[in-house]
Design a protein around this ligand. Structure first.
Ligand SMILES: [Zn+2]
Ligand SMILES: [Zn+2]
Length: 116
């Protein structure tokens, strides 16, 4: 009985964390990485970039190599060196939407800022 409950709770946690780390519909790579790193931190790998690519840009097979070339050797370096422009804010902004489906080009948050 207790085992069943433990199993059920564990299954729920796994489903919950899968939902939490799922890139949102049209969420761009930059906003996704910001969200994941602020929640879970960088693991020194492209863990979150790969997760995003699987869902949002499955055909961008050269993405990791390109990001590494631009100085993004891991998830936090991608943010630091590849997407350094982010509005000055104390909280995360909602993603303005992936401009091109399947592309790692970040959304334009300046639009959001003007209207916010
Ligand atoms: Zn890192
Ligand atoms: Zn975005």
């Amino acid at each position: 009985m207790t085992d069943d409950i433990a199993d059920a709770v564990e299954a729920e946690l796994v489903a919950l964390s899968a939902a939490l780390t799922e890139p949102a519909d049209r969420e761009c790579l930059r906003c996704y990485l910001l969200r994941m790193i602020s929640e879970f931190g960088c693991t020194g790998t492209h863990r979150w970039t790969m997760r995003w690519r699987e869902v949002r840009a499955p055909r961008a097979t050269g993405l990791l190599g390109k990001l590494a070339e631009l100085g993004g050797g891991c998830d936090c370096e991608v943010l630091l060196n590849v997407f350094p422009q982010y509005p000055l804010t104390t909280r995360l902004l909602p993603c303005a939407g992936q401009p091109l489906s399947g592309s790692a080009v970040p959304c334009d948050l300046r639009i959001l800022r003007r209207t916010a």
